[in-house]
Write a protein that binds this ligand. Structure first.
Ligand SMILES: [Zn+2]
Length: 166
């Protein structure tokens, strides 16, 4: 007799990259993702049933999940795709790269260092030659908000992204 292997569990998958934001739970600035979880039953490790789909915004650092409705998920997905097509939000890799360039400048001058503002201006101009101007402006606006907090003694590190969107 052949044993029938039945299993069950939960699936989590990443649906879209939502840009960089400050997490309301851990207060870090980080990549935010739209994720879907569902329950599943598998037969010989192949999912045969899926139910109870739920949608979340997930923080890359602390995994804090903010559940969102299906309608909101659809809107976010459209926005994310639209954003990519209209070049409003960069990809996760580009966002990380632009952020790191700004951050290494700040690290070199010090958060309150003299000459930082004018050097950042030059760095932004160089970034705009390499990346889309909208992408640079998007990351710079979030980074400047983060820098204001860093001036008040908070961290400004952006962690390495964990949830890649295929
Ligand atoms: Zn968090």
């Amino acid at each position: 007799m052949i044993p029938i292997l039945i299993g069950w569990g939960k699936d989590t998958k990443s649906l879209a990259y939502l840009g960089i934001a400050r997490c309301s739970n851990c207060r870090n600035y980080d990549h935010l993702y739209l994720c879907e979880t569902s329950s599943k039953v598998t037969l010989f490790f192949v999912p045969i049933l899926k139910w109870g789909k739920k949608y979340f915004k997930v923080c890359n650092v602390c995994d804090a999940r903010q559940e969102i409705s299906e309608a909101k998920k659809t809107a976010l997905l459209a926005e994310s795709r639209g954003a990519r097509a209209n070049a409003k939000i960069p990809s996760c890799k580009q966002a990380a790269s632009i952020w790191q360039t700004l951050d290494s400048t700040v690290a070199g001058y010090g958060v309150n260092g003299p000459g930082l503002e004018s050097q950042l201006g030059k760095v932004v101009a160089r970034l705009e030659e390499r990346y889309s101007e909208k992408h640079v402006k998007y990351v710079v606006s979030v980074y400047m908000d983060c820098l204001q907090r860093a001036k008040a003694g908070r961290g400004r590190e952006l962690r390495r992204p964990r949830y890649y969107v295929p």
